[in-house]
Design a protein around this ligand. Structure first.
Ligand code: TPP
Ligand code: MG
Length: 327
């Protein structure tokens, strides 16, 4: 039976809804950031949606995820409230972190989202800790560490992979190889042909997957997550794809070839490929998907207007959320 048939119509529509939500969220932020109303740095995930959604469909709230500076997609796919995220990015009091974190520090522990992170590679130890806790407490939970091709060269990622392997932790390392670390090509900065090749040095399986293909990601991550849950230890999955926008909003992208992104959008786009496949398999109709598009657009419109109208944190708010309080 094909993977799409195994997933069933409800799950397929859910996958599409999440990927479309991420795309719409990011495309809208691209427009809104240019108005100057959004503080700080914003790194967009558009083009990479299949990785977040293909992974997160296998997870529940007891599973932990650490994301990166490019974290909106992972947060949305892990179930963090989209309106609260938008308000957070606008620095508003109604944001998921009360406007104190912004784009690069969105976190929601109630959803197992350990947080976006401005420190490249910093998710590795966090996920090892969360996975160790899950293992000791026997919750059945796993930890997923997303990191980029640039982060793959950080020592902290090597240390985390080694630790996860020697302690047989339920961790999945997802190397999102989008071809660039800022303006540096991964063909220049990564010494091996594939990041996944490094897995053998840490005694774990290494898998390469086409990141434009939701079904390929979903299948590879399903196996890795099942293995981790079953006590089989960590896996390194390298997802190969590209981003549609610059490293950060405002990046002139002089390091990219003319037409590079348009070609990706035309020929490889994960949403288009998803639609072609499910419609061909008669698992959903284009009308089903257009209905989802309309609902997602309404949600993002509402999220942006609510965020713009929401209050800023006050000076007094500076003194709250500083320390953890235990009941
Ligand atoms: C420890 C550390 N070093 C450097 C930086 C500056 N920096 C921010 S993002 C980035 C590139 C990361 O590239 P990659 O891991 O491929 O992720 P991508 O941006 O492509 O998603 C760098 C070098 C940082 N934030 N933290
Ligand atoms: Mg990269």
């Amino acid at each position: 039976m094909s993977v799409s048939a195994q997933l069933g119509k409800d799950k397929l529509l859910e996958a599409y809804r999440m990927m479309r939500t991420i795309r719409e969220f990011e495309e809208r932020l691209h427009v809104e950031f240019a108005t100057g109303e959004i503080p700080g740095f914003v790194h967009l995930y558009a083009g990479e949606e299949a990785s977040a959604v293909g992974t997160m469909l296998h997870l529940n709230d007891a599973d932990y995820v650490a994301t990166t500076h490019r974290g909106h997609g992972h947060c949305i796919a892990k179930g963090v409230d989209v309106r609260g995220m938008m308000a957070e990015i606008y620095g508003r009091k109604t944001g998921v972190c009360h406007g104190k974190g912004g784009s690069m520090h969105i976190a929601d522990l109630s959803k197992g989202m350990l947080g976006a992170n401005g420190i490249v590679g910093a998710g590795g130890p966090l996920v090892c800790g969360a996975a160790l806790a899950a293992k000791q407490k026997k919750t059945g939970g796993v930890g997923v560490c997303f990191f980029g091709d640039g982060a793959s060269n950080q020592g902290v990622i090597f240390e985390s992979m080694n630790l996860a392997s020697v302690w047989r932790l339920p961790v999945i390392f997802v190397a999102e190889n989008n071809g660039y670390a800022e303006a540096t090509s991964s063909t220049y900065s990564v010494a091996t042909d594939n990041i996944a090749d490094r897995a053998s040095g840490f005694g774990m399986p290494g898998v390469i997957v086409d990141g434009f293909d939701f079904f390929a990601v979903h299948e590879a991550l399903g196996e890795a997550i099942e293995r981790a849950r079953g006590g089989g230890g960590p896996t390194l999955v390298e997802v190969k794809f590209s981003r549609y926008f610059g490293h950060f909003e405002g990046d002139a992208q002089t390091y990219r070839a003319p037409g590079e992104v348009q070609k990706l959008r035309d020929e490889k786009d994960c949403l288009k490929r998803f639609e072609e496949r499910v419609v061909r398999a008669e698992m959903a109709t284009s009308d089903d998907l257009r209905g989802i598009d309309a609902k997602v657009k309404t949600l993002i419109d509402a999220a942006v207007s609510e965020a713009k109208a929401a209050p800023m944190p006050t000076a007094e708010d500076l003194l709250t959320d500083v320390y953890v309080s235990y009941p």
